[in-house]
Ligand binder design. Structure first.
Ligand SMILES: [Zn+2]
Length: 597
């Protein structure tokens, strides 16, 4: 099947009427107004008075705050989903912009509530939490109050929030625009940056090399400006951290991720200690590609020809089957995404690229967006997004605030579902070459999620600290630090000559400092649960469901305990990495078997 052939996904469109009947549904306008009025009433009633509330009153106030959030969130999801399938339609874009503005106004108006809760004296908060009235909000309140030592006064917080518009957000937007304007000259033609990057997946080594040279060239103009922006954002963050008294540059991120500096350091140490895994893999990859050593732009090269495509129906059967094998309930829930028109599957003009799952609001159900091309890989993407979907369906009854997971546990069900499906795919495949292809794809994804992110975290770490201690960093210095972090990751297994400026297109460094390690955290946590399931089988099903049903209502350590894991023990990370190393063992054995290793 070629890409122009049909996959069977062409007519698989989602039905958004479970949210609203359409963009002209009068309830849209009603709900926007309702949220605005309720927010104004909420502010009138509680501003400056949170400290006077009793436990039951506070519980009611939080419930009302959640309800207001739900009303606008429903509208927001509809706007975003409606826009995602046709981004060239101006009215759809306008609706998103309008809701985003409303949301920001509402946030500013209601900011006081969280601040006043955090501001409660410890003994007053303890007294409130002593009874059962606030049980439902215990974790939500405790997480919020963890920020207490780092909050400024309300007038100060207001100034900081308002000044971000002309400060860090403005710099961030300028950076995004500069990245968006990058143009790559390739073979006398101008192509988009993404277009050039996608050529790194080409089977032709010359195509990969010339694409990477063109990317390097495209990154050169404006590098000084982008470096200046990066420095400005670094110093802005440092000022913020200093004023608030955070002990390290990453502490605020860790707090938001519902974890601790120690737990994150243990994860980083565990991954850095096993850089031999990516190094071994890239050494194997060189053999598979028939070269002495791969260059950085060869990392995504396909290793075997596998032109076979899968139809939508087959992908559906494999994924639903994998979930149902694990537990019939899981299979049934995943099946509903197909029967209920909760998925928008085909590639279409002006549709958002990639894939995502939108959990929406309690009382509705999640929606999944795919760009299904029939590649073998997209089976795993489907499994991934449906994992999020399963998580959403199970956690939604908790309500918006308690269902919401931090980044660290948000990927639990998606990674788990991908692992289930990968196992099934491997079982179905007997041909050693194809098994090797499957394993290689899996190992590459894992390296990208675990080791690459941790190496990027090491780069961020040294950059933030050096900016604080020695002042502005020149482009040459950033290049040095970047290459240093990559050399540690790859050892001698990858030639990184020419890779020096490639730090400068990664948006996370500027838009969400400290973000990247969460990928590794979530992935290894989910893999650890999967390992236990493989060891213990059936008896792990119910505890796993309980983890998903708990959403974000408990801290990650507590969720881990439900499935018999100890997140404070650094060996949990090592065990996930061991699982990767075992897949690598198998890939090496297969390569030897077919005479490639
Ligand atoms: Zn995901």
């Amino acid at each position: 099947m070629t890409t122009t052939e049909l996959t069977g996904a062409e007519d698989v469109a989602w039905d958004l009427s479970d949210l609203y009947d359409g963009s002209d549904d009068p309830r849209l306008e009603e709900h926007i107004q309702e949220a605005e009025q309720a927010a104004a009433a909420f502010r009138d009633r509680f501003h400056g008075k949170v400290a006077e509330l009793g436990a039951a009153e506070l519980a009611d106030a939080i419930a009302e705050r959640e309800r207001i959030e739900e009303v606008l969130t429903r509208v927001g999801y509809f706007a975003h989903l409606y826009f995602a399938t046709d981004m060239a339609d101006p009215p759809r874009g306008a609706l998103v912009a309008r809701i985003t503005e409303k949301g920001a106004t509402l946030d500013t108006q209601l900011l006081f509530f969280g601040l006043e809760i955090a501001d409660l004296a410890d003994d007053a908060a303890d007294a409130l939490l002593a009874g059962a009235e606030l049980d439902r909000w215990r974790h939500w309140l405790t997480s919020l109050r963890k920020f207490r030592p780092y909050l400024l006064s309300e007038p100060e917080e207001k100034i900081v929030t308002e000044k971000t518009v002309s400060g860090v957000s403005a710099w961030g937007r300028l950076h995004e625009e500069l990245l968006g304007a990058l143009r790559v000259e390739l073979d006398g033609e101008e192509i988009s940056f993404e277009g050039a990057m996608s050529k790194l997946y080409s089977a032709d080594g010359d195509v990969r090399r010339s694409a990477s040279e063109a990317v390097t060239e495209a990154l050169e103009p404006g590098l000084r400006t982008r470096t200046f922006i990066f420095n400005t954002i670094l110093v802005d963050k440092w000022i913020d951290d200093r004023l608030r008294g955070y002990p390290t540059w990453i502490s605020s991120r860790n707090l938001r991720n519902d974890t601790t500096d120690e737990a994150v350091q243990a994860l980083v140490d565990a991954a850095v200690a096993r850089y031999d895994v990516p190094q071994r893999y890239y050494t194997l990859k060189a053999k598979l590609l028939g070269v002495d050593r791969i260059t950085f732009y060869d990392r995504f090269a396909p290793i075997g020809e596998d032109p076979s495509k899968v139809a939508w129906g087959e992908a559906r059967d494999i994924v639903v089957g994998a979930y149902a094998d694990f537990a019939q309930d899981a299979g049934d829930i995943v099946e509903r995404f197909f029967t209920g028109s909760w998925i928008d599957a085909p590639v279409r003009h002006d549709k958002r690229t990639g894939a995502f799952c939108a959990t929406t609001v309690p009382g509705v159900h999640p929606y999944v967006l795919m760009n299904f091309t029939g590649d073998r890989r997209s089976i795993l993407t489907l499994a991934h997004e449906l994992g999020h979907g399963l998580h959403g369906v199970l956690a939604q009854p908790l309500g918006l605030f308690n269902a919401d997971t931090p980044l660290t546990t948000a990927e639990t069900a998606s990674v788990f579902g991908e692992a289930l499906t990968f196992k099934r795919l491997l079982e179905l495949e007997e041909d050693p070459q194809r098994r090797l292809n499957l394993l290689a794809g899996r190992i590459e994804d894992s390296i990208a999620t675990v080791f690459r992110q941790i190496a990027m975290n090491r780069f961020e770490d040294v950059v933030h600290n050096e900016r604080r201690d020695t002042g502005e960093l020149a482009p040459e210095r950033l290049e040095e630090l970047w290459l240093d972090s990559q050399r540690r990751l790859f050892g001698d297994s990858v030639d990184i000559d020419g890779y020096g400026t490639w730090w400068s297109y990664i948006p996370h460094f500027l838009s969400t400092p400290g973000y990247v390690y969460a990928y590794a955290y979530g992935f290894l946590f989910a893999l650890a649960i999967f390992r236990r399931y493989e060891l213990e089988g059936e008896s792990m099903v119910e505890p796993y469901f309980e983890v998903l049903r708990s959403g974000g209502s408990k801290p990650p350590e507590e969720l881990a305990r439900i499935v018999g894991l100890d997140l404070t023990d650094p060996s949990i990370w090592a065990s996930g990495i061991d699982a990767l190393a075992e897949e690598l063992d198998e890939a090496e054995a297969l390569a030897a078997e077919i005479g490639l290793g």
